[in-house]
Design a binder for this molecule. Structure first.
Ligand code: GDP
Length: 366
């Protein structure tokens, strides 16, 4: 087999997986000058495309960041804050300042004050061991607060380079592509360069003073629901617009099913309301705890969907996690799917997620 390499960045070309590094459509192998899809977009549209990478490569990048001198911009998905967090970043960045940006602000109810949300992000960051120089909320698709983000980046970078890091799917490419339009206009000035110690190419966007904004590949978080559902169902669980919370008045011994992907048993704590923040498209089904196992067995794949019937073979079994809600207003978070808020302490619940998906409790976001 002939090995093909991209003349743009030197990566080994593959024609199998469009989302991985080095992809080029099979037809391009016959061309005289072979260039990977990522370089093609960069060259012709001044547009970055996210590539994902293995945990090993990611570690190398993290290690590399510590040896750099510049501002680190960490992007998280506010709808999947914990799932997109990139734990451990603070141990690698050395003395470099971190600017924390929460993207997809447009998904949260407009009635919630943005200052309250950024405050919450600050507190969470602190608990997770990170002390960002500042915290911002943006919507990359709607263009909300992008100018503010650019101003903050320019302020905190103090003339140095900027490294943008984030999980896949947080909207990093959408965010950067907006910045590219603002900084470069239509000029064809973006370049790729190797990041020290890796074979991965970083995309460099020149800034006015000779420094650059550098896009690093997105890390895959293996504990998200997204990896366990069919591509088509991803549309169902990924909210596209403002989430309309659904409130359930539950008695002890009642269960909520979120499609067939997750389940919440309300065990003890008297009658109370639970507020669900999930995609508006995802159907929530209420039943009794006593009937829940049977109902699931019988109806997963039809009434309780996603997953679809055809995908059941590969869908992991649900695993039970029990929680006591001891303090204040609390969210039960189903990684990548959303969360359920319990307003008062003193409740016992059991949360079920597919094996491999994270579930946790946290102080309420909203
Ligand atoms: P990347 O993998 O981090 O580069 O993420 P992308 O830029 O490819 O975006 C991933 C998904 O999130 C896409 O479906 C985007 O349309 C969506 N997305 C990105 N930014 C936003 C945003 O500000 N709001 C909403 N609602 N969706 C967004």
């Amino acid at each position: 087999m002939t090995e093909y390499t991209c003349i743009g960045c030197g990566v080994a070309v593959q024609t199998e997986n469009p989302n991985e590094l080095g992809y080029a459509p099979p037809s391009s192998l016959n061309k005289e000058t072979l260039i990977c899809q990522r370089c093609f977009r960069l060259k012709h549209y001044n547009e970055v495309q996210d590539v994902s990478l293995t945990d090993d490569d990611f570690l190398k990048i993290l290690n590399g960041l510590g040896t750099m001198d510049g501002l680190i911009v960490k992007i998280v998905d506010i709808f999947d804050f914990n799932g997109s967090w990139l734990p451990g970043l603070h141990r690698f960045v050395g003395k470099n300042p971190i600017l924390l940006i929460g993207n997809k602000e447009d998904l949260l109810p407009k009635s919630v004050k943005r200052a309250k949300l950024t405050n919450w992000m600050k507190q969470q960051a602190k608990q997770l061991g990170l002390q960002p120089v500042d915290v911002l909320l943006v919507s990359a698709t709607k263009g909300h607060s992008i100018d503010e983000a650019m101003e903050a980046i320019d302020h905190y970078r103090e003339g140095k380079d900027v490294y943008v890091v984030g999980c896949t799917n947080v909207g990093k490419s959408t965010f950067i592509n907006r910045i590219i339009k603002n900084v470069t206009g239509e000029n064809d000035v973006i370049t790729t360069s190797h990041f020290p110690g890796t074979t991965l190419d970083m995309i460099e966007i020149p800034l006015s003073d000779g420094s650059a904004l550098i896009d690093t590949p997105g890390i895959i978080n293996h504990h998200q629901m997204a990896h366990f559902v069919h591509k088509k169902d991803l549309k169902v669980i990924t909210p596209k617009k403002e989430i309309k919370p659904t409130i359930f008045q539950l008695n002890e011994g009642q269960t909520l099913f979120f499609g067939g992907l997750a389940r919440l048993d309300y065990l003890t704590g008297g009658r109370r309301s639970l507020v669900c923040y999930v995609s508006n498209e995802l159907k929530i089904h209420r039943t009794k705890v006593d009937n829940a196992d049977q109902l699931y067995e019988k109806h997963v794949g039809d009434m309780l969907q996603p997953p679809r019937k055809n995908d059941l073979d590969e869908f992991p079994q649900l695993v039970r996690h029990e929680f006591m809600i001891k303090e204040g207003k609390t969210d039960i978070v189903f990684s990548g799917l959303g969360w359920v808020t319990i307003n008062e302490p003193g409740a016992k619940i059991a949360a079920y997620v597919p094996k491999g998906v994270n579930v946790m409790i946290r102080p309420s976001l909203i």
